[in-house]
Design a binder for this molecule. Structure first.
Ligand code: FAD
Length: 305
């Protein structure tokens, strides 16, 4: 309910323009976003590598408005891959990409062609390309495109969201294909017909799908900051003798740093999702909607002025 209100309010253009123009929001934006340039993102990845954490770089931007922008995103991602591939910490860094940034709104063929270019460039440097999952209007198209590209290139995989009712079926299909999956709860506003609304249902489906992926998946990424779920899945791994090298935990830049460090110190592989770029607003509003305290932080700073 709170999440729906924030996501709807954030999408109104006066709100967007207030937030993106005002410097009041910058400290909070910088908590979640590593910077605006590739140099800043690489510096964040290097600092994480220094303390033993892997990372995945996301050049923020989604739903491009024309083919030129889709091509520009593709070129920018190829540049990122080349920077990673020639860096001294290349084995610890991969990329996350959204098909709507590569032109999915202009046809699956457009997005697929651009995505193939990025995957081919990444293959040269042995860099893994994760396709983020967006709103449910894109789920089927994203899965189909990634499956086709995965047939030709094994350095790619996608994301499944536990709030979607369809997800157990997708877990099954993609596990059979041997694809690497990141499991998340899901961050978009979805109708009840396609997604669970109760946290208990989303969490329950997360644990069940997580167990399937840990048991049968190909190096799954368990992406959550939910400590209760982390504890349940850690116990499951002990019970089923799933080795620490068989999967990785993933968390977002700036969130639950103590949990990221604690898991790393306990010998688990941990990867941090590092978003950067000037198009930070949609990502930022999803992070605000996840946690009321983030919004209270902004309100508090407004009243302090
Ligand atoms: C690596 C990674 C990649 C992701 N990729 C995708 C994707 O491709 N598609 C997609 O739909 N979603 C994606 N997400 C977002 C995901 O769907 C959730 O919205 C997000 O992770 C919050 O869910 P949670 O599992 O942490 O559980 P929640 O129950 O939401 O949160 C558990 C606890 O984590 C902390 N927390 C969670 N969010 C925040 C926040 N914003 N600020 C501060 N604390 C917070 C709080 O302490 C909270 O109590 C990704 C998440 C991660 C970690």
């Amino acid at each position: 309910m709170f999440r729906a209100i924030i996501l709807k309010t954030a999408s109104a253009s006066p709100v967007r323009s207030l937030v993106t123009r005002s410097f009041l929001f910058r400290p909070l934006v910088r908590r979640f976003v590593a910077g605006e340039t590739l140099d800043e993102a690489m510096a964040a990845a290097k600092a994480l590598a220094h303390i033993g954490l892997m990372s995945t770089l996301d050049l923020l931007g989604e739903n491009v408005s024309n083919l030129e922008e889709a091509e520009a995103s593709t070129t920018a991602y190829i540049e990122i891959v080349e920077r990673i591939g020639t860096s001294e910490f290349k084995n610890q860094v991969n990329i996350s990409i959204k098909l709507t940034a590569l032109g999915l709104d202009f046809g699956t063929d457009v997005a697929e062609a651009n995505y193939r270019k990025v995957v081919r460039a990444a293959e040269k440097y042995d860099v893994f390309v994760r396709v983020d999952m967006e709103g449910s209007d894109y789920t089927e198209k994203t899965i189909q495109v990634v499956r086709r590209v995965f047939n030709d290139h094994k350095n790619t995989g996608t994301v499944l969201q536990s709030y979607l009712r369809r997800t157990p079926g997708d877990v099954q299909t993609l596990v059979e294909q041997g694809m690497r999956i990141r499991l998340v709860k899901g961050a978009y506003l979805e109708p009840e017909s396609v997604a669970f609304k109760d946290k208990a249902d989303v969490d329950d489906q997360y644990v069940k799908c997580g167990q399937t992926l840990l048991r049968n998946g190909n190096y799954p990424a368990i992406a959550t900051h939910d400590r209760a779920i982390v504890d349940k899945l850690k116990s499951y791994c002990e019970q089923e003798s799933v080795g620490k090298d068989k999967f990785e935990w993933q968390m977002l830049y700036g969130i639950a740093r103590d949990l990221q460090n604690g898991l790393h110190e306990a010998g688990y592989a941990v990867r941090v999702y590092v978003p950067y770029g000037s198009q930070w607003y949609p990502y930022f509003s999803r992070r605000l909607a996840e946690r009321p305290a983030n919004l209270f932080f902004i309100l508090k700073s407004l009243f302090k002025k």
